[in-house]
Design a protein around this ligand. Structure first.
Ligand SMILES: [Zn+2]
Length: 69
């Protein structure tokens, strides 16, 4: 809807409270999921399954399990 700001998602809020990469300490830009979520909302929004990472670490993690985010 034009003019409406999207509400921040739980992922964005997690990232805001975890501003540094949990692997290397660089500024975090993405939330990685420890357990691949495959579209499962329960896993996507489970805080214990979230890990703030920088882009470099995220691509390394993606290579590891080759699952799309
Ligand atoms: Zn990193």
């Amino acid at each position: 809807m034009p003019g409406r700001r999207p509400t921040s998602s739980p992922l964005e809020r997690y990232l805001a409270s975890h501003p540094t990469c949990e692997r290397c300490g660089d500024p975090s830009v993405l939330v990685d999921h420890v357990i691949p979520h495959h579209g499962d909302d329960g896993l996507i929004f489970m805080r214990e399954n979230m890990r703030a990472v920088c882009r470099a670490c995220h691509s390394l993690l993606q290579d590891k399990d080759s699952a799309p985010c």
